[in-house]
Write a protein that binds this ligand. Structure first.
Ligand SMILES: [Zn+2]
Ligand SMILES: [Zn+2]
Length: 242
């Protein structure tokens, strides 16, 4: 069928069920679409159902992205404590806000909000990991103690969402080349990678005082290694990439 507006995607996907993408065989379908005015500008929200774990993911859409090339795209993994509560244990909220602000200033853009809390280990396990950190473990040790790998995230769902939205190619806003590789592997055309940079200001203390090592971990103020909760933190313009 001809797709003229985002709402048509929900009609098209009514009985969608494919073999899925990646080892997890992730399959999503568009269920509902609505306007979403935000403090960062006017967007539309596209709600997805996911066959694997019944989690509901969303795409925040700016402008017309149907059949569009080079759509500026950011992939954000849910962090309830950071995004919604304003926790200072991580910088997820800053990262999400920077992405939405940037998209809100563009003619077209896409933010995928993936419900993979705590690098994919879930909210309860993330809180358990925080508790272990409170007892002196670093984030890497805490994850290992709970039996998880450093990062349990899966970008197959993101890839399927991009394809479900009929986006032809994206410009991925990320500082992590591995994210480009993963999406490409899953069939997404990534036209280019755009560094996720923000200008230095008084709010950037977290980034400016963060000294990261090559593995993508950073050392916190007390000297313990931490994992970033998002796999590709924004960088402050002028900050030295290690
Ligand atoms: Zn599918
Ligand atoms: Zn977070």
């Amino acid at each position: 069928m001809e797709i003229k507006q985002l709402e048509d995607l929900a009609v098209r996907d009514k009985d969608h069920d494919c073999d899925g993408i990646g080892p997890s065989k992730a399959c999503v379908r568009v269920e509902a679409v609505a306007d979403l005015p935000t403090r960062f500008g006017n967007f539309r929200i596209v709600a997805f159902w996911n066959n694997r774990d019944a989690k509901e993911h969303v795409a925040i859409v700016r402008g017309n992205i149907l059949d569009a090339e080079n759509v500026p795209t950011r992939v954000h993994s849910e962090c309830l404590t950071g995004d919604a509560i304003g926790s200072l244990r991580c910088d997820c909220r800053d990262q999400l806000e920077v992405a939405l602000e940037r998209m809100g200033a563009l003619e077209q853009g896409l933010v995928l909000y993936l419900r993979q809390e705590g690098r994919g280990i879930g909210l309860i396990n993330k809180v358990r990991a925080y508790a272990l950190q409170d007892q002196g473990l670093d984030t890497v040790e805490a994850n290992v103690a709970l039996g998880f790998r450093d990062d349990e995230r899966d970008y197959a769902i993101a890839a399927h969402m991009i394809m479900s939205l009929n986006v032809k190619s994206i410009e991925l806003m990320t500082n992590n080349p591995r994210k480009v590789e993963q999406l490409t592997q899953h069939g997404v055309r990534v036209a280019r990678r755009v560094p996720h940079l923000i200008p230095p200001n008084v709010h950037n203390r977290f980034y400016l005082e963060t000294k990261r090592d090559r593995s993508g971990h950073y050392i916190d103020f007390s000297g313990k290694p931490h994992l970033m909760e998002q796999s590709d933190p924004v960088l402050v313009d002028g900050m030295i990439e290690s």
